[in-house]
Design a protein around this ligand. Structure first.
Ligand code: PMP
Length: 394
């Protein structure tokens, strides 16, 4: 039987990488592939208590339908957290979503017609690329360096291309590169978006996980015209399984997101929202984030030291000041997809970087996660990876 699928499905393909990554869930595999938080820090006991409290005190409403915009006290708390990050906002400007991934999908739905162009960093987050692709868009990759997107290249693109509809960026501890944008680049981005009247999607799951260096203002906090749409999430600061993220935008823009949320799923999970809200009432999330940062910093340090010692000198990698990933660039002739097949034979996984470039190329790159594996496995895995790379360079 051959059903007639929509045109958009033509652009949506199972990736070879996804198939390889399925193998990484075997317990013997040392996986630096996923973007998974450290599960030992999930507040399981605390959640047990607050879940019970929610059910005892407010069970009927927690299991009932609730407003599309989200549970009002939680929206309030998120708005307060955004204020602390320097963004002038209010609970009315927050929509709770099913993870920030849903905010990405909605952004595509709201802004993109077929053949429209989305500007992304080169490389960019695979999940966003896939979400936008469903709206049959094209991608314009703007080159990046250690300070983020290169503004001269962005300006050139804006001057020469029509059909550009939005700019998507991950300014803090980017997935996949681990890099953070400088203040000057953030300011220039807003300036250019103002000039060309474009929305900026600021995707920021990692900003609160800074281990060193100075915190930089979010792009949303620099925006004076309401063109920056901030996507936040509790996936990396709390746990991803509750699927709670948010969109913070101006009244007019947020209304569009609320409309598409109604069509997509009516609302986010009422119980999860209340559990998180009750957790925030009783526990100090910032204290919890401190624990996460401490652990990730020590894992990052260990991983980078081990890479320095065991990777050949030709391999360059980033030194992230926060977040979950480092990014390695191999000599040009090395294909990281082939390398991954070989390292998997030795039970070590990472994500070949080519997947993060929507227009292809850059197969000599790799994304390596340091948040999820315990220390002994980090050392063992990086040593093996070093051997596999050396073999390949021979
Ligand atoms: N954006 C980026 C850059 C991410 O890395 C992720 C998760 N890996 C997401 C969005 C989606 O996160 P969630 O839906 O869990 O909030």
């Amino acid at each position: 039987m051959e059903l007639n699928y929509s045109d958009r499905m033509g652009g949506i393909k199972a990736s070879e990488i996804r198939e390889l990554l399925k193998l990484t869930v075997r317990p013997e595999v040392i996986s630096f592939a996923g973007g998974l938080p450290a599960p030992e820090l999930f507040p399981v006991e605390e959640l047990k208590k607050v879940s019970q409290k929610v059910l005892e005190e407010d069970g009927q409403s927690a299991l009932q339908y609730s407003p599309t915009e989200g549970f009002p006290p939680l929206r309030e708390k998120i708005a307060e957290r955004m204020e602390k990050m320097g963004v002038k906002t209010a609970a009315d400007n927050i929509l709770i979503t099913n993870g920030s991934q849903q905010g990405l999908d909605f952004s595509g739905k709201i802004f993109l017609n077929p053949d429209d162009i989305v500007i992304v960093e080169s490389p960019s987050y695979l999940g966003a690329i896939n979400a936008f692709k469903a709206y049959q868009c094209k991608f314009l990759e703007v080159p990046t360096d250690n300070d983020g997107m290169i503004m001269e290249k962005l300006e050139e693109a804006l001057k020469t291309k029509e059909n550009i509809k939005m700019i998507y960026v991950i300014p803090d501890f980017q997935n996949p590169s681990g890099r953070t944008w400088s203040l000057e680049r953030r300011q220039k981005l807003v300036e250019l978006a103002n000039e060309y009247n474009l929305p900026i999607i600021e995707d920021n799951p990692y900003g609160e996980l800074r281990f060193e260096g100075e915190r930089l203002p979010s792009i949303k906090s620099i925006d004076t015209e309401g063109r920056v749409i901030f996507l936040g999430t509790f996936s990396k600061t709390f746990c991803p399984g509750l699927r709670i993220g948010w969109v913070c935008a101006s009244d007019e823009v947020l209304n569009k997101y609320i409309l598409v949320k109604q069509g997509a799923d009516l609302q986010s999970n009422s119980m999860s929202q209340r559990e998180l809200d009750a957790f925030l009432d009783v526990y100090d999330l910032d204290e919890h984030i401190e624990k996460i940062k401490k652990l990730y910093k020590s894992r990052r340090d260990l991983m980078l030291e081990t890479m320095k010692e065991h990777f050949p000198k030709e391999v360059k990698f980033t030194h992230p000041e926060g977040g979950l990933f480092t990014w390695a660039v191999l000599p040009e002739h090395v294909n990281a997809r082939e390398l991954m097949k070989k390292s998997l034979e030795r039970n070590v996984a990472f994500v070949p970087g080519g997947s993060f470039f929507p227009n292809g190329g850059n197969e000599n790159t790799m994304r390596i996660n340091y948040s999820n594996m315990p220390e002994n496995r980090i050392v063992e895995g990086i040593k093996i990876l070093g051997e596999v790379i050396k073999e390949e360079l021979k």
